[in-house]
Write a protein that binds this ligand. Structure first.
Ligand code: ADP
Length: 698
């Protein structure tokens, strides 16, 4: 901290303190050595508050303060011993004040200038600190007077106590408010005036002139012209007026001047308190009156300041909130995606224009959600009320990206919407946020691509069959007239061509199956899972080469499924279980099922094969993902994607986990059969028909 301002403050406060101490000593009661009024106590606390960040230079203030106290007392007739004890009493008082102030008013302590005082709580704290520190000073001062030959009376202690408390509260509050008003960097006259008057217009200036005039008149009437009447209490009204209408600083200044007037009049034998016989009691009563008036004014002004600050904070917060709300509503209204808040009855509590555009229900788009009419699954099946995304979200579920076909009630084109919904619990009851994303063009494009792939794959099979046929014929026509070396070379080439065409056929068939699983309309009927698995197992057991797999089949539950797709699902899973076995070992496959929920059957296909590498248990269900491609296992990476699609189209879920003891365990759920499955014969017919014509239905 720069030295010059610190020293400047020391000099200024020392001068003020000397003047105030001298004035205080002028109010001394004869022979008692005790002053009736002690404004220097307030100046002292301001002095040390102003210098609270002065570091080591504070000791200079302590020295100057002690010297000033000592000299004023000696000059005004106190003995050296008495003056020393007054120095001790004042130092104790100021020390305790600073200690308590720092602890109990840390925010005021840390504020710039001499601190801040702008809350009612701060005012009460200041009063408490002043009382406690003065009590400590009282324990030293009047006691020293008594020890040095005077007499100790309750009255002298009360005079010391009250004069110092009033002085600290009044002068302390004035000083803190003034330093706050003018700031640490010098006065800012216009804003200071505005703060003083709470507005600086002509009316306010006129009003403050009126306040000064009325106050002066009231105090002169009550104290100078009054003939013994106890007319002090009406004076409170001018303080209340000041407290209600003007800034806190002006209110404390008003209190300071009226207080000084009360004390001066009383000491000179005028006014309602002058009738009291004992001068000490007279001084105490006058100062209690001054203190009370000052505190009432301050409390009114600070209470009002606090309320104003609160109202202003509220207004600012309200403005910020409405700005934020405007911004949000602009964003929401300009979104291409529909956004709606749905209440528990399925009505739209709030929706943006895109929602109405996407749902296309001119009058009330809520109808689409509350009634569920015109809302279909992508395959054309109706969506039940429980399946509606907003219902699921209202039940606490988070719905992510559910495709739904929304019919246009005016006969226009239907839209494919991808709908997400999340629960939104609110004080007004359960609500859900629904987001609608139009994927009509995207899905159409994807479907077109998939059908194109299906058509291309199917059409590729013809030339491939031709190539295979001609390769076979070529292999048969290799005659003996070629030399042995040539024959071997040609046979090796033909074998390679055959392997390549076989791989191509598998890939094309997988692509076709994928398209079928994705697009073909499913026709679920009760199917005996036992029969389907039996079929697949027989075919797999008959396959040439390698070790004959060992199958362990449980008694499987009947399911409600499309027979052709179910066969494909089981064939893929059992085929993989056989394929992904370490070379040289016998594949072991176990197929079991159990009921899960009243309406679902859980099926498990477990093997003792090479297992799934860690971290790939989910990605293997994606198109073309192959976890063991490098190990030499052939495949297209489409089999499990087809399985997933088939299971999901039946409303089930599929997953895989490591089989305890080695291998993998695939599990999936399908709806349980409601009726007895039809005879195997009829099922086989349906199944073979599907194999003959794998091309997706248009
Ligand atoms: P692929 O045509 O490669 O068999 P799939 O989609 O059927 O394609 O399987 C994807 C990948 O999952 C396979 O490449 C393989 O790495 C892994 N996988 C599938 N089934 C099993 C299994 N039973 N045991 C170990 N890994 C398997």
């Amino acid at each position: 901290m720069p030295v010059t301002p610190v020293l400047g403050r020391t000099a200024a406060f020392a001068a003020l303190y000397l003047v105030m101490s001298y004035l205080g000593r002028m109010t001394m009661i004869d022979k008692s050595s005790l002053s009736l009024v002690w404004p220097a106590a307030g100046v002292a606390v301001l002095w040390f508050l102003a210098q609270r960040h002065a570091g080591r230079l504070r000791w200079l203030d302590v020295a100057v303060f002690s010297a000033a106290t000592f000299s004023v007392n000696v000059v005004t007739g106190a003995s050296a011993m008495l003056a020393t004890s007054f120095v001790l009493a004042n130092l104790t008082q100021v020390g305790v004040f600073l200690l308590l102030f720092r602890q109990l008013l840390p925010e005021v302590w840390r504020a710039p200038g001499w601190g801040r005082l702008d809350r009612v709580r701060d005012m009460w704290m200041l009063l408490l600190i002043a009382t406690l520190s003065t009590a400590c000073g009282t324990a030293v001062g009047p006691t020293a007077v008594w020890l040095l030959g005077g007499q100790w009376t309750w009255m002298s202690a009360a005079v010391w106590m009250i004069r110092n408390v009033v002085s600290i509260v009044l002068i302390g509050a004035v000083g803190i408010r003034l330093s706050y008003l003018f700031g640490a960097r010098g006065p800012r006259a216009p804003s200071a005036l505005r703060q003083l008057l709470r507005g600086a217009n002509a009316w306010k200036i006129l009003e403050v002139v009126a306040l000064i005039g009325v106050s002066a008149a009231a105090y002169v009437v009550a104290f100078a012209l009054n003939h013994g009447l106890p007319l002090a209490f009406p004076l409170l009204t001018v303080t209340v007026w000041a407290g209600l209408r003007f800034g806190t600083t002006l209110v404390v200044l008003h209190g300071l001047f009226t207080g000084a007037a009360v004390v001066l009049f009383t000491l000179n034998g005028h006014g309602p308190f002058a009738t009291i016989e004992l001068p000490a009691v007279r001084a105490v009563v006058a100062q209690v009156f001054v203190g009370l008036v000052a505190i009432v004014g301050l409390l009114i002004a600070l209470g009002r300041d606090e309320r104003d600050a609160l109202v202003q904070r509220l207004a600012t917060a309200e403005k910020a909130a409405s700005r934020q709300a405007r911004l949000l509503s602009t964003i929401v209204n300009s979104m291409n995606d529909g956004l709606a808040v749905v209440d528990a009855r399925g009505r739209f509590f709030m929706s943006n224009p895109a929602t109405r555009r996407l749902l296309g229900w001119a009058d009330d788009p809520s109808d689409v959600f509350s009634s569920g009419h015109g809302v279909l699954h992508p395959d054309g099946s109706p969506v039940s009320a429980q399946e509606m995304p907003h219902r699921r979200a209202l039940a606490g579920e988070t719905v992510e990206g559910m495709d739904m076909l929304v019919r246009n009630p005016d006969g226009g084109e239907s839209r494919m919407l991808n709908i997400s919904a999340i629960p939104l619990p609110s004080a007004e009851g359960d609500r859900a946020i629904v987001v609608l994303h139009d994927v009509t063009a995207e899905r159409r494009h994807r479907d077109e691509l998939a059908s194109f792939a299906g058509v291309v794959s199917h059409d590729l099979l013809n030339p491939l069959t031709t190539m295979e046929g001609w390769t076979d014929i070529l292999a048969d026509t290799i005659t003996e007239d070629l030399c042995a070396e040539d024959t071997e070379q040609i046979k090796a080439s033909i074998t390679r061509i055959k392997r390549a065409t076989a791989r191509m056929r598998n890939l094309i068939q997988d692509l076709l199956a994928h398209t079928t699983a994705r697009d073909a309309a499913i026709a679920p009927v009760p199917v005996s899972l036992n029969d389907v698995v039996e079929d697949v197992v027989t075919a797999r057991s008959d396959m040439p080469g390698g070790h004959t797999p060992r199958f362990h089949l449980g008694d499987l539950h009947a399911v409600q499924a499309d027979p052709a797709l179910l066969r494909q699902l089981m064939d893929n899973l059992i085929g993989n279980a056989v394929k992904y076995t370490a070379p040289g070992s016998t594949p072991e496959v176990t197929v079991t099922s159990c009921p899960q929920d009243p309406d679902l059957v859980r099926v498990e296909v477990a093997d003792r094969g090479i297992g799934i590498p860690p971290g790939q248990h989910e990605v293997i269900f994606e198109n073309f993902h192959r976890a063991h491609a490098k190990a030499g296992y052939t495949g297209s990476g489409l089999g499990l994607a087809i399985c997933k699609r088939i299971v999901e189209r039946h409303g089930g879920t599929i997953g895989v986990e490591d089989n305890p003891g080695g291998g993998s365990l695939f599990h999936f759920t399908l709806p349980a059969a409601h009726a007895d499955p039809p005879s195997p014969e009829s099922r086989r017919t349906a199944s073979s028909r599907e194999r003959e014509n794998p091309r997706p239905e248009p």
